[in-house]
Design a protein around this ligand. Structure first.
Ligand code: HAM
Length: 411
């Protein structure tokens, strides 16, 4: 038997209603804030990710599916901010009229160690907003996410916020941080010791070393005045929207493009185990320029659909009603096909019984496919202008005039 690749899974038909519900809620909520859908390729030049996410990040260092194609190195997208920024530059979307606000839904690929809530092919819903320096929009996208979570009935999460400074204040802070890490290096894990040189900010959110890190300088205490004002403004708007949040001065996230605002929605219900980040995002004011575009600022987030599903509580979606049309003899079969088409015109999902099956076997099949209503038509019913209708959940049977089933059925 050939099995799916570890960490890549099928989404089976019974799971699809939940996926659709999540995707539809995202579309409805995001479009009500003037975001429009964008679809970008799954495969992009590797350089796009190394220049945006950063060479010294776990994603680029070891998690991308990369191969040579037509003499260039290409990678399966591990995330989609880079792709959307590339599209913005390539199609000069920044010159278009109207808000430059985009959302996307699709698969991403990271060669991570699979575990609960962590896959090698996973699906993100994300948004990116360009050209707005904030801080109002920073808070607005958090408000929008809270609305989206409310729509889905997701509770038990915490909004964590931080500022990562900018290209003016961060370099001095990073030097200070490096020095402080150097002083406690002996007590840190191997990854942190390596990252002191390659990516010192990532040391801050190392899950293994939190206790040893408690004395390190915090970025929020080393911001320049404009970054501080931006952060204060962002928090004031969150307060204005009555959104509770937690200050998380060691929240860094694993992508190098972030500047100023960084945030995360973390599940605190225990439903996700150690992979408790439902959604992550932040501002990336230098990214468009860095990828060859003009000076256009940006902010966005992405959430993992698989993780969102783990966090969903409450009853599963109601099964969609399914009708089954049983029939007797050729006359009944013809009428059954007609009735099925009329029901489909009304948006009902219908199966017509296989004409080679006896009535008893037809009922067995109706049961097997989970039909909620069975219609029966034979010569007697045709003669009397009626249809027998059986409610499969209650077992109740009625005889209904043809006209009352679908108004135009007997025409
Ligand atoms: P990220 O923090 O790398 O950010 O991922 C965002 C979300 O994707 C995570 O919070 C998690 O729910 C989900 N996720 C990530 N990796 C996996 C995995 N291996 N298995 C399952 N789910 C996963 C980004 O991707 C940024 N592009 C977000 C962003 C948009 N920032 C600005 N704009």
């Amino acid at each position: 038997m050939i099995k799916a690749i570890k960490g890549m899974k099928d989404i089976l038909p019974e799971e699809i209603p939940q996926w659709r519900r999540i995707e539809q809620a995202a579309r409805d909520v995001f479009e009500s804030y003037l975001y429009r859908e964008i679809r970008t390729p799954v495969l992009e030049p590797t350089e796009l990710f190394s220049r945006s996410i950063g060479n010294a990040t776990d994603i680029v260092e070891k998690e991308m599916y990369t191969f040579e194609d037509s003499h260039q190195s290409v990678s399966m997208r591990p995330e989609n901010t880079a792709g959307v920024v590339r599209a913005l530059i390539e199609a000069r979307l920044y010159e278009a009229r109207g808000p430059q606000r985009y959302y996307y839904v699709g698969p991403m690929f990271r060669r991570e160690r699979p575990q609960k809530g962590r896959f090698r092919q996973f699906h993100q819903i994300g948004i990116e907003a360009f050209g707005d320096p904030g801080p109002y929009v920073d808070a607005e996208i958090i408000q929008m996410t809270c609305r989206f979570f409310r729509e889905l009935g997701i509770h038990g999460y915490e909004v964590r916020v931080n500022s990562l400074g900018c290209h003016t204040c961060r370099p001095a802070y990073v030097e200070k941080l490096k020095m402080a890490i150097y002083l406690i290096e002996g007590s840190l894990c191997e990854d942190c010791r390596r990252r002191r040189e390659t990516n010192p900010l990532r040391v801050l959110d190392c899950k293994n070393c939190q206790e040893q890190l408690s004395g390190l300088p915090l970025i929020t205490e080393n911001l320049c005045l404009p970054c501080l004002e931006h952060f204060d403004g962002f928090r004031a708007h969150l307060q204005q929207f009555s959104i509770p949040y937690v200050l998380a001065p060691r929240l860094v996230r694993g992508l190098d493009y972030y500047t100023r605002t960084a945030f995360e929605f973390a599940s605190v219900s225990g439903a996700l185990g150690s992979q408790n980040s439902l959604l992550g995002g932040g501002r990336y004011d230098g990214l468009v320029k860095n990828l060859g575009g003009p000076e256009v600022v940006g902010i966005g987030f992405a959430l993992g659909i698989e993780r969102l599903i783990l966090a969903l509580t409450g009853p599963p979606a109601e099964p969609t009603p399914v009708a089954y049309v049983a029939h007797l003899e050729m006359e009944g079969f013809r009428k059954a096909v007609e009735l099925a088409e009329k029901l489909r015109d009304q948006g009902v999902a219908v199966a017509v019984a296989n004409p080679l099956k006896q009535l008893k076997a037809q009922f067995k099949e109706a049961d097997r496919i989970g039909a909620t209503t069975v219609y029966v038509i034979g010569p007697d019913e045709i003669r009397d202008g009626v249809v027998k209708v059986k409610d499969m959940t209650t077992g109740e049977q009625r005889v209904v005039p043809e006209n009352d089933i679908v108004p135009s059925f007997s025409e």
